[in-house]
Design a protein around this ligand. Structure first.
Ligand code: 6GU
Length: 219
């Protein structure tokens, strides 16, 4: 996959880019690019926003600035690329959408800032509008990291062998449900005990217990 994140704050992604699974994915041939709208703005002095028509507080990201960034990255080869605008009013992100996006050869995440992004970006430039929850963040960067993380985990080779096997068995054995609870040593801490069955060596019993706990959590 080529994953492009368009943002005014590429430095916000430094920690994220260094994560093990991200580095693994890059080693496997996937690409992660951070593109700063300011580097390709057609306006003078690095301008990217403007006052809203109709008045009101705050500034709005300009459609020509976003279009220029896409043009710089893709030229006229935009057809068929998944271009996702991050916005609190978008479709709620979930595991199914993470899976779907992970299967795209090309994925662009458009981060907005300020009061918002000119609506014509959503209407004419983006293929999708996605939100990571029903609350308002100050910009799309944290949302982009949430989405990029969930998507990159699904790329072949991103997780170590052990992790990916575990991940697979979760989704199969648990029918897409949430994880079961985990415990490690000590078996008794301040009177808080690890469930007996997990230390019993009864593999069938453990499997059943985990499945039940996972089911309880999806209610
Ligand atoms: Cl994608 N962006 C912003 N700014 N806030 C959000 C969001 C996105 N998803 C939930 N809140």
């Amino acid at each position: 996959m080529r994953l492009d994140i368009f943002t005014l704050f590429p430095e916000a992604f430094e920690w994220f880019s260094g994560q093990r699974h991200v580095q693994n994915a890059i080693r496997e041939g996937h690409e992660l690019r951070l593109l700063n709208y300011r580097d390709t703005t057609p306006l003078g002095a690095g301008q990217v926003d403007d006052a809203p028509y109709g008045g009101g507080a705050g500034m709005v990201m300009r459609v020509d600035v976003v279009d220029a960034a896409l043009q710089h990255a893709y030229g006229d080869q935009r057809a068929g690329k998944r271009i996702v605008l991050l916005t609190p009013s978008g479709r709620l992100f979930d595991e199914a959408l993470a899976r779907e996006l992970s299967e795209e050869p090309q994925l662009a995440l458009l981060c907005g800032r300020y009061e918002g992004v000119d609506e014509r970006v959503r209407e004419h430039l983006a293929t999708d509008a996605v939100s990571v929850g029903r609350y308002v963040l100050s910009g799309g960067e944290l949302a982009a990291m949430v989405i990029a993380d969930a998507v990159i985990r699904k790329l072949p080779g991103a997780l170590g062998h052990a992790e990916s096997a575990v991940e697979e068995s979760f989704s199969e054995a648990l029918a897409g449900g949430p994880e079961y609870p985990h415990y490690t040593r000590p078996p008794n801490y301040r009177g808080w005990n690890v469930p007996e069955v997990l230390m019993s060596g009864d593999h069938e019993g453990i499997r059943t217990w985990r499945l039940e706990r996972s089911r309880e959590r999806s209610d």
